[in-house]
Design a protein around this ligand. Structure first.
Ligand code: NAP
Length: 384
């Protein structure tokens, strides 16, 4: 029996690669739902190829303009939730970017689905709520992020009590060779040139600032239920060792592979099995050298801010995510220089009054508040 799949964010980088995996796997997976933000043209093409039962567009106008009589589009956050709650759905890939993944992820877990999560912001903002939902119901959560997939694979068959530390690797992003003094004049085009991964614009800029690594530490904290002080970071420019686990007998396990998101996506769909595929094989003889080093925290203030927001907890991580989305958008549209993003996000966090044990409404309210404050800071920023 094929597994019935819904992809939220099917038009993005992870969404399109998930569809590549489906093409590769033949009849093991059947796509029954596709959803996007506003890109109705690409969604239409995907729907024509994969023939899902339902589609959704978050943008009301794009949904209203959708003219496909045999497959009407639902819209808005209710539309997304209705797609994932359908009784026929087995697996939901959450590949939207930013805070918008939160409610549909909770809905899917509540409906007992397997959620394959690429959208790390969901766990960063609301890790406790996701954990509560997992404990209360039949839903299952598995990672798609390559570092977290690596940790997950390293942990298979290991007793939980033996885990000593997690080690997440970091490539250093597009600007790793740029001297700190030159970062102010970095253009969006430069910051978008990631050396190893081809990803959506938000995560690529987050990789350049190392905010992404901070978000990944917070994601790992909830995914593997481990305290932040037991998660280490390691610079590894080649992105071949995707992450590691140290055990209490001093053994270290690592998961390796070429930097290709289709492997962690496929594993999220196939586990506990492994399905043969045609992806290029890792040839370490050709790679030659794997290098490792320390991360310079002084050079990456957004990594430090992310870790501080994680330690503070409550609604701080949601504020961090929201302010970061606005700051990255401002940088990409030329409204602020690269080096303004940390001070903007810091100002929003400083102005926030924390809610220590938030429910979903508190989190979404903090998200909306942070977006407004950050947008105000962008509007005040003098043109450069
Ligand atoms: N790309 C990677 O290799 C990678 C690796 C690990 C983790 N991740 C994580 O995966 C998530 C997606 O990343 P990505 O690189 O695939 O992003 P992306 O290429 O920018 O794609 C984002 C997807 O989300 C949709 N979307 C955007 N705004 C939306 C909204 N307001 N409501 C509903 N849908 C919306 C987009 O639809 P439209 O096309 O219609 O705008 C698109 O389908 C992020 O959380 C990222 O951190 C990505």
């Amino acid at each position: 029996m094929p597994r019935n799949l819904v992809i939220l964010g099917s038009t993005g980088s992870v969404g399109r690669q998930t569809l590549d995996v489906v093409r590769m796997l033949g009849d093991r997976i059947r796509v029954i739902g596709l959803a996007a933000g506003s890109n109705s043209r690409l969604l239409q093409e995907q729907a024509a190829e994969f023939r899902p039962v339902r589609v959704a567009l978050m943008d009301e106008r794009a949904a209203a303009a959708w003219n496909n009589s045999w497959m009407p589009a639902v819209s808005g956050i209710q539309g997304f939730s209705s797609l994932v709650e359908d009784p026929d759905v087995d697996v939901v890939v959450v590949a939207t970017v930013g805070a918008v993944g939160l409610r549909p992820s909770l809905s899917a877990l509540r409906a007992g689905k397997l959620v394959a999560l690429a959208n790390k912001e969901t766990l960063v903002m609301a890790g406790q709520l996701i954990q509560d939902e997992l404990a209360a119901g039949d839903g299952t959560l598995v990672p798609i992020d390559s570092e977290h997939s690596a940790v997950w694979q390293c942990l298979l068959g290991e007793p939980r009590r033996s885990i000593e530390r997690l080690i997440l690797t970091a490539s250093g992003g597009a600007l790793r060779q740029v001297p700190t003094g030159d970062l102010k004049s970095v253009t969006p085009a430069q910051a978008l040139l990631h050396p190893n991964w081809l990803m959506g614009p938000k995560i690529t800029i987050d990789s350049a600032t190392l905010m992404n690594k901070g978000l990944e530490v917070l994601e790992a904290r909830w995914l593997f239920d481990i305290s932040l002080d037991r998660i280490d970071l390691l610079l590894h420019e080649q992105s071949i060792v995707h992450s590691m686990v140290t055990f209490d007998d001093s053994s270290v396990k690592a998961q390796l592979g070429l930097p290709d998101m289709r492997l962690p996506i496929q594993y999220a769909l196939s586990h506990p099995d492994r399905w043969p595929n045609q992806l290029e094989r890792l040839d370490l003889g050709r790679v030659g050298t794997l290098t490792f080093g320390q991360i310079d925290l002084a050079r990456h203030p957004l990594l430090t801010l992310a870790l501080e927001a994680g330690r503070a907890g409550g609604t701080y991580p949601a504020v961090l995510c929201a302010a970061d989305e606005i700051a990255v958008h401002a940088f990409l549209t030329g409204a602020v220089p690269f080096t303004t993003m940390p001070s903007m996000i810091q100002s929003v966090l400083d102005a926030h009054v924390n809610c220590p044990e938030p429910n979903v409404e508190d989190i979404l309210e903090a998200d909306g508040w942070a977006r407004r404050v950050a947008a105000g800071l962008v509007a005040e920023a003098s043109p450069f």
